[in-house]
Design a protein around this ligand. Structure first.
Ligand code: ZDP
Length: 279
């Protein structure tokens, strides 16, 4: 059976979006998601996102598969793409708010104008047990704690934005061998659900530079949840302001960790690339 899809990207973090509104269950399984994401044998993407019917208090439900077929709880760049995908399906162009059910709870997206979305990403979870990580003390935050990875000790801060992140501040992000060190962080025994890993260089209190190794996807050009987690980690370790621009290889995101409601707000671009049929 041929399946229609749309390809979207947010800062070069690219996703295959599928309209799954006719069915309460995903019409794609994790093996098929891996095949769809393959850049040689499939369509190519960092993940597959399914748009399912909403629940009693949400408009829609999002399910996402990483390119390795695993299913993360949340996806920042992906949910921006999803908001634009929904607006395109509904022929809406501007000022649309959607409440979307995810495995990390309800996330609210605000389409400001075509191609620009602000997302209320909710409150970060900081306790070690919530990340989850075996570092530190279970009911305490993990801030600048030593983590031994191979023959090097890194000072890491852990933040959950629904999905788990491990942040390290470095002098120069370009000098990090992501493809070598990323997998070692991802599968480190300190992280029972594996981990997304961000390396951050501070440019100024309101601007940081980030490179990411994503759980289940490897090197990507951007990671929305990771950018949010990085600013939370920056505030916790007194390196950044609550309002901060995050420069990623694929472009920039504006992040604001509100002192009023403690939620993290992320703003950035999204764009439809093409539509097609699989199979
Ligand atoms: O948590 C994970 O396994 C991530 N790989 C999910 C994808 C995160 C994403 N890059 C983002 O922008 O938050 C989509």
């Amino acid at each position: 059976m041929a399946i229609g899809f749309s390809k979207y990207q947010g800062l070069g973090n690219d996703f295959i979006l599928i309209d799954n509104r006719q069915d309460a269950k995903p019409i794609i399984n994790s093996t098929e998601a891996t095949l769809l994401c393959d850049r040689h044998f499939g369509i190519g993407g960092d993940g597959v996102i399914l748009l399912l019917p909403g629940t009693s208090d949400t408009d829609y439900t999002m399910r996402i598969f990483n390119s390795d077929g695993s299913e993360p709880e949340m996806c920042g760049n992906g949910i921006r793409c999803l908001a634009q995908f929904i607006a395109d399906l509904e022929n809406k162009t501007t000022e649309k708010i959607y409440h979307i059910q995810t495995l990390a709870g309800t996330i609210t997206t605000h389409l400001l104008k075509e191609g620009l979305v602000t997302v209320d990403m909710g409150e970060p979870q900081l306790k070690a047990s919530q990340i989850p990580t075996l570092l530190g003390i279970a009911d305490q935050p993990v801030i600048n704690q030593p983590l031994q990875v191979k023959d090097q000790t890194w000072l890491v801060t852990c933040v959950s934005m629904g999905n788990p992140h491990c942040i390290t501040f470095v002098e120069n992000v370009e000098s990090i061998s992501l493809e070598l060190i990323g997998p070692e962080f991802e599968d480190h025994p300190a992280f029972p659900k594996r981990i997304n890993t961000e390396f951050i260089e501070i440019i100024a209190a309101d601007q940081i530079k980030m490179r990411v190794w994503e759980r289940g996807a490897g090197i990507t050009l951007a990671c929305g949840t990771g950018a949010c987690a990085a600013v939370v980690a920056g505030v916790l370790s007194e390196k950044t302001a609550r309002r901060c621009k995050v420069d990623l290889p694929g472009g920039s995101l504006e992040i604001y960790w509100s002192e009023l409601d403690q939620k993290v707000y992320m703003s950035g671009p999204t764009k439809k690339v093409f539509v097609g049929q699989w199979g």
